[in-house]
Design a protein. Sequence first.
Lengths: 415, 233
Amino acid sequence: MRLILELALIHIAGRGRQTIVAVLGVALGVGFSIAMAALMQGTEKDFIAQLVDTMPHVQVSDERRTPRRQPAEDLFPAVQFEGLRPKEDRRGILNPAAAFASLRSWVPGRMARSLRTQGVVRYAGRDVGVSIIGIEPDIEAAVSSVAGDFVEGSFDTLNAGGNNIVVGDTLAQRLGASTGTTIQLVSPTGQSRGFKIVGQFHTGNSARDEGEAYVLLKNAQILSERPNAINDIRLRLSDPEAAPRVARQIEAELGYKAVPWQEANESLLEALVVRNVVMYTVVGAILLVAGFGIYNIISTITHEKARDIAILKSLGFTQGNMRRLFLIEGLALGTAGSVAGWVIGFLLCFALSQVEFKLSGAGVGRELTRLPLYWTPWHYAIASGFALVSAGVAGYLPARQAARLNPVDIIRGAT
Amino acid sequence: MSALIEAENLTRVLPAIVPVTLVRDVSLSIGEREFVAITGPSGSGKSSLLYLLGLLDRPTSGTLRIAGRDTGPLDDDALAQLRLGSLGFVFQFHFLLPEFSVLKNVELPMRKAGRLSAAKMRERAAGLLEDLGLAGHLDKMPDQLSGGQRQRVAVARALANDPHVVLADEPTGSLDSKSSEQVFAILQDLVNKRGKTVVAVTHDMEIAARADRRVHLVDGRVVSDERVARAAI
């Protein structure tokens, strides 16, 4: 075995430049795929982290997954309804205090309740439709990412005396209002009240910056004429990955629709899967091309070393020995390429991590970003695994042919 | 005299659109300590016969026994094993591996067989080379040697695993007369001093004349098989 290894190394060393080209081909393939995988997974993780950061992990609303069952359905095995008009329920989560308390007893994480309703902000002759969200400032801060995005004021300033409101900065700009201005809030039920702006936030999400207004929960309940009602419970779990499980349990317990963040962003997450498939296809193609390089050099070696093959076989080397010899040569090239590729991949990742982007935007400090890169030994293992497999195949095909060579044909040819 | 190589009705046909018969119905029995020269005009099938006897090629029909063992049912790996242990080859061209030193070339079959320790292999290879007058060339590369020296290295390699039979295909074919003489003398010594059997294909009648036995082939057929009384040493 050591002898075969020695022969293999001598053959490879004998074709210096071609060997370097083949090794470089594999190395570039491995290197690029490592860098690409790091970048792809890095951006994916970054994206999901942002998603998890800005969104509640589970959102319980006052809707139900399926229409409420009619009493007749429970009574008879088969029922047909005609012209049925379901009873109008009072909207909102029933018995909110009890529901909230029971969730609080077992859900691992923090939670906040709120009343979300639509309304119109009226100021200086302008009407802008907004979502009015009634919150409890002290617990809201623990759940909402908006708490960290305040440009002026904070949720706590809502607690100061009088009717206060915080709005997105874009909304304030559109209205021409600023902190301290009093604006009119009109609810769907026709209630209208004046609120003083005590804070502005900028999340970077224009839909929120321009369409959300936060008031105290009790003010929202008064505006929508639903005392004690809440229609939204948002959860922030200590483990975001547990969201689907927690959501299922909540649905079983309360009967209300509980949406984990994975479900709310299903299409985005699916797009990530597609992106990964595209990436691995490209990486596979690169390594396949590298495999052809190996095939080329090994088959050149087998042609050039036909005489050696004849000698070795006449000395008593078997077909299997010959096959192994050239297979080892292919694998050796693949291994050398892999190792060099690790270095290239590492350097590429390092170079990419140095790139800075100044994204156009409001020029808030946060928007100056670096490429998110994710480091894991798996990328290195997968890339070199793939490279070794293609090197093995690329070495095996010419190896099989070389092993079948009949020494007599070559000896005759030489004499 | 026990037969080392025993061929019965060996025939080798090259399959082609018009099949070519290389060796036709050859029966031959070669015993120990024999120096057999296979002669014949070019294209008479001498080399083909040698390849058959050396298990490099398989006969189309007929049987071949090496040391009493029928080689017909053996698979390629078993034949390779047999070649490794009991047969040594010397070709017209030295066929040394150009990347290996002289010593390593001789060690090669021993390493393949893997019966000896590295130190023993080295010792044996060096001993063989010294016996063949190459004491000062152990670490040279094959392309630093003259043709005659290379051929002697090839002989040393053929002897590496101490085979019973050395098969030589035109061993002196590409050498000048002085080197030819040397190599031939070495082959003769193999028989006389080491007790090997040598089967050499040659068209050099002068060499053939000095063999113990001459097998003459024409058109793949043995036309004469004469023994010469061994000259007194």
